[in-house]
Design a protein around this ligand. Structure first.
Ligand code: NAD
Length: 373
């Protein structure tokens, strides 16, 4: 059985699906790994590291894919690449089934299995396979660092003989995995942090990190949907949140936004009115831009300055930390492969708790009819 790893096709992608440490783990489980020459170059993994870990390096992509039982990717491969796989082999990675369901349909004719890692259930037992969390954690960390870098002030309280420097005030909107990591990072840098989320469980998590929590009366509104995710809120409920956020924006030096609703456009939480209230020199880092953004004026991958407020909306922050983002992702992919590995082959049991939700298409047959129609 062979797992294939390619150099990601997108020129801006710096991550790789499997790192050498994971190759070692897979090989120790009698799972062979084939790696395209140069695949890990941008994430700091050299061909010789892969070879030392037990992988075979392929210069010919077509040859590698023709032998592979599973192609591990970061981003969904093109139909041209997928066509090089044998029928009944599988593709595992971020396949964007909720955002671009039609783009997965090539697997029907090619009789491939499509395993979308982003559909992994968010339960404790699946934590080591939770790639959404591992990448969101990197995003939250980097958003905190970016905010500190862009703010023309220091983060910590400093009491020195030359005078007292007050701590920066940071507001974090959305306290899921990325938001909590942004809170932890900016707190460690010494900022005073406040956060807001619509899920009831988020409050304790925010407080446990030493931040304070904005409370908005959303009684009468359903805020939580399936799997512990936030629901898309009505305009009225959103507006209640925005009004509180406006008040806090006035006193914030930096605002980091991370609020998503799976499969939907991100909620606008930071209105133009709130931006107008912000102090000159303050900074917004909008990490929800891949689903439209939480700030009314964010523009993907652009830094704009609006009335003295700098607004950053980097699309793929995890790519700016390629080594660790790849390592964590690689651990997630490896844990899943090992879970599916039975008696020398990959057994995608559609009744299995961790496999069934991910398997959007199985050997060309649509399984998640709720997603692909
Ligand atoms: P996400 O990326 O989908 O969203 C980020 C945050 O934005 C969420 O906390 C969400 O509640 C919040 N949000 C959405 N709409 C909002 C609005 N209008 N105003 C303010 N905040 C808003 O979330 P995520 O980080 O992927 O986490 C999703 C859920 O999964 C959470 O409940 C999290 O605790 C849970 N989770 C569980 C595990 C586990 O148990 N293994 C692991 C990871 C995440």
């Amino acid at each position: 059985m062979l797992i294939a790893v390619l150099k990601e096709a997108l020129p801006e992608e710096t991550r790789v699906a499997l790192m050498p440490d994971s190759v070692k783990t897979l090989v120790s489980q009698q799972i062979s790994v084939g790696v395209e020459r140069g695949a890990g170059g941008l994430s700091g993994a050299k061909d010789e590291d892969y070879e030392k870990a037990g992988a075979k390096i392929f210069s010919d992509k077509k040859e590698l894919l023709g032998l592979a039982d599973l192609l591990a990717v970061v981003n969904r491969p093109s139909v041209e690449i997928a066509s090089m796989l044998k029928p009944e082999s599988a593709i595992l990675g971020f396949l964007k089934p909720l955002d671009e369901p039609d783009e997965l349909k090539y697997a029907i004719d090619l009789k491939l299995t499509m395993l979308a890692i982003e559909l992994m259930p968010r339960v404790t037992r699946a934590q080591n396979m939770d790639a959404l969390s591992s990448q969101a954690m990197v995003v939250g960390y980097k958003a905190g660092i970016l905010a500190a870098e862009m703010l023309p002030k220091m983060f910590p309280l400093l009491m020195t003989a030359s005078g007292t420097v007050p701590p920066a005030r940071v507001l974090v909107l959305g306290a899921g995995v990325a938001g909590l990591q942004a809170i932890a990072t900016t707190r460690r840098l010494g900022a005073v942090v406040t956060a807001y989320d619509v899920r009831a469980a988020a409050e304790d998590q925010i407080l446990s990190l030493g931040a304070s929590c904005i409370k908005v009366d959303l009684s009468g509104f359903e805020t939580e949907g399936e799997g512990g995710y936030a629901k898309e809120l009505s305009e009225e409920a959103l507006e209640r949140g925005r009004q509180s956020i406006e008040r806090h924006a006035k006193t914030s030096d930096a605002i980091i936004t991370t609020a998503h609703v799976p499969g939907k456009k991100a909620p606008i939480l930071l209105s133009e009115k709130a931006l107008l209230e912000m102090k000159e020199g303050s900074v917004v880092v909008d990490t929800a831009i891949s689903s439209g953004g939480n700030c009314a004026l964010s523009k993907a991958d652009q830094t704009i300055v609006y009335k003295g407020v700098t607004i950053l909306a980097p699309m793929f922050l995890a790519r700016s930390v390629p080594y660790q983002a790849s390592q964590l992702y690689s651990n997630n992919i490896t844990a899943f492969i090992i879970q599916m590995h039975k008696e020398g082959r990959l057994d995608f049991d559609l009744k299995e708790t961790f496999c069934a939700p991910l398997c959007v298409i199985y050997k060309g047959k649509i399984i998640r009819e709720d997603i692909i129609r």
